[in-house]
Design a protein around this ligand. Structure first.
Ligand code: ARG
Length: 581
């Protein structure tokens, strides 16, 4: 079943054709949810656009549209307002019917597949930190946003390949392996697992030697050669280093409840020769200064010279560009992706635009949609790049621990009667949820200021507020002594009060919001909606008594559905709910 916005749009499109023939054909129905419920539920602005085309009065055009608008089964008579807006208010019996259907629908009205055809396969490339380096707040954004998008795709029924494109290859391994040979030679021979301790500290030590000691630098260079030619000891060293990093990353993923499959840069090494050969055959490779380059059209540096993707360096080595070319080809050819989504900081926008353009030119892309999902920076409260007080990059682990610690302090203060285990659980769910929600609720392109106080506040567009709204509904049910899952469609009587109607409409908007998140790859569409819904719920609950009212069961059903939408919505953001807090 189509969501309500879809139905209204469809009806308006039909009216446009009926009233204006060819002029109305293919025209945008310009229907949006009303900004204020006193104007009804949906608004159509098509008359303004048409008036410009037809050089006529928008109000007269709106009147013509309304004459042909067949919405009697879903709306009250449409009203024309101001210069020519058409306002539509949904009928109570229509909303009631939809609400009854929803009660028995465990997908809450969200259809499986659709926007991207049958069982589309989507690759989501996210998180993707670099081995032996710190997982920093930039990776946090990629991890949280990418996970949310993957969850939405999965819920919509797309086969979703969650890919961790870790930086596990490259010249930096030369110095790491050389340093490993000195510091921990047993790591290269023993078959048992070795623990190198903090891998980031290890990286820093190696880097220091590399910068200061010429002979070490030379050894590092030779190790790169050994690694690239597959020499056993170098490979073993590389594996030890990767494993150590992997364990550190995994701790964070467990804490964040993230599932992701590693196919790092090195995975694509075997596919590089074929990739280059194919590009060569297509005549796309140009030699420049000994390096092999691909020049996608339309990319220039600041001097106006064309910008290359360097697919083979002068020394014969491969780099980030090479791997991404091999990876996109693999994802299309081998993994048969229909859509490939890359979640990284906005700074890499040009890199991906060039990769997509080159893949297009090579004829790989076809109908496949490759998109870069960029995001802005995380700022400190001083609005500068987020750093620790001593000026270092903030370690993700510390940041998450701090969120949980602070959230625990709040629980201890507000709810000392909860037992220890419950308080720990609340602190974890709320603390981690708060960090995720704060990130996802931003327009992802903008930079945002990281503030523990704001994200942990019980009021406002925050995780604690949303989780609390859910908890409140659970406690209403406990008070009435009812299991909300036992309600059936017959329990819902026709809606009456304006707050009931608003809440029902809010609940029924869930599918159109999910569609928007999927289309725009914008998690904040979902957080905005959930925030709106919980505020609508608050107004409903203030004005409409539930327990003991003659309309108790209908209202309980509204409570039940609100709770289900909140729980599902939050779970798509990667956030859990609680029964009490
Ligand atoms: N490792 C990169 C970084 O830390 C991100 C990789 C993104 N994915 C890709 N296919 N290039 O910035």
């Amino acid at each position: 079943m189509s969501h309500i916005l879809g139905v209204v749009k469809q009806r308006v499109s039909e009216a446009l054709v009926a009233a204006f023939g060819a002029n109305g054909q293919g025209m945008d129905s310009a229907v949006t949810p009303a900004t204020d419920s006193k104007f009804g539920h949906y608004q159509c602005n098509a008359a303004m656009g048409l008036a410009r085309v037809l050089k006529s009065n928008p109000r007269a055009i709106a009147t013509r549209i309304v004459e042909d608008l067949k919405v009697g089964d879903i709306c009250e008579a449409p009203e024309i307002a101001g210069p020519g807006f058409i306002n539509m208010t949904l009928r109570k019996d229509f909303l009631t019917g939809r609400l009854r259907d929803l009660l028995g629908d465990d997908r809450l009205g969200v259809p499986l597949d659709g926007a991207h055809g049958a069982a589309a396969r989507v690759v989501v490339d996210f998180s993707s930190p670099n081995i032996a380096k710190e997982l920093h707040v930039g990776h946090l954004r990629s991890t949280i946003i990418g996970d949310c998008l993957a969850r939405v795709m999965e819920f919509r029924g797309h086969e979703t390949l969650r890919r961790n494109h870790v930086g596990d290859w490259g010249t930096q391994f030369g110095m790491l392996i050389a340093h490993l040979k000195d510091r921990c030679p047993e790591a290269l021979t023993e078959t048992s697992e070795v623990d190198l301790g903090d891998i980031v500290a290890f990286y820093k030590e190696a880097k220091k030697r590399f910068d200061e000691d010429e002979s070490f630098k030379e050894r590092a260079r030779l190790e790169v050669v050994s690694l690239q030619s597959g020499e056993t000891e170098a490979i073993r060293g590389w594996q030890v280093l990767c494993d150590q990093s992997r364990r550190q990353f995994q701790e964070i993923y467990s804490l964040l409840d993230i599932e992701i499959e590693e196919k790092g840069e090195s995975f694509y090494n075997p596919f590089i020769p074929d990739t280059l050969e194919e590009l060569e055959k297509l005549g796309l490779i140009v030699e420049s200064d000994g390096a092999l380059c691909v020049y996608p059209e339309g990319f220039k540096n600041k001097d106006g010279d064309p910008l290359p993707l360097i697919v083979r360096k002068r020394d014969g080595g491969f780099n980030y560009d090479t791997t991404d070319m091999a990876a996109i080809r693999y994802r299309i050819r081998e993994e048969k992706a229909d859509r490939i989504v890359y979640v990284t900081d906005a700074g890499q926008a040009q890199h991906f635009a060039m990769i997509f353009s080159a893949a297009e030119k090579a004829g790989w892309l076809g109908d496949v949609e490759a998109v870069h999902v960029p995001f802005g920076m995380v700022l400190g409260e001083d609005r500068k790049k987020f750093k620790t007080r001593s000026g270092e990059t903030v370690r993700l682990r510390d940041l998450l621990d701090e969120a949980v610690r602070r959230s625990r302090a709040i629980v201890d203060e507000k709810n000392p009667e909860l037992d220890e285990v419950t308080r720990d659980q609340v602190a974890r769910v709320v603390g981690i949820g708060a960090v995720k929600y704060a990130d996802l609720s931003q327009n992802r392109i903008s930079d945002y200021v990281f503030s523990f106080d704001k994200m942990l506040a019980l009021q406002g567009n925050t995780a604690p507020y949303m989780i609390y709204a859910y908890v409140r509904i659970q406690s209403i049910a406990r008070k009435v002594g009812i299991d909300l899952t036992t309600l059936t469609p017959d329990d819902i009587a026709t809606l009456e009060t304006p707050e009931e109607v608003d809440l029902a409409h809010g609940i029924l908007r869930f599918p159109e919001v999910i569609e928007a998140v999927e289309r725009e790859l914008a998690p904040n569409r979902l957080t905005d909606y959930l925030f709106d819904l919980s505020q609508t719920f608050s107004r409903f609950y203030t004005e409409n008594r539930v327990a003991g009212d003659p309309r108790e069961t209908t209202r309980l059903a509204l409570c039940a559905l609100t709770a289900r939408v909140l729980r599902k919505g939050l779970s798509l953001l990667g956030i859990q709910v609680l029964d009490q807090m």
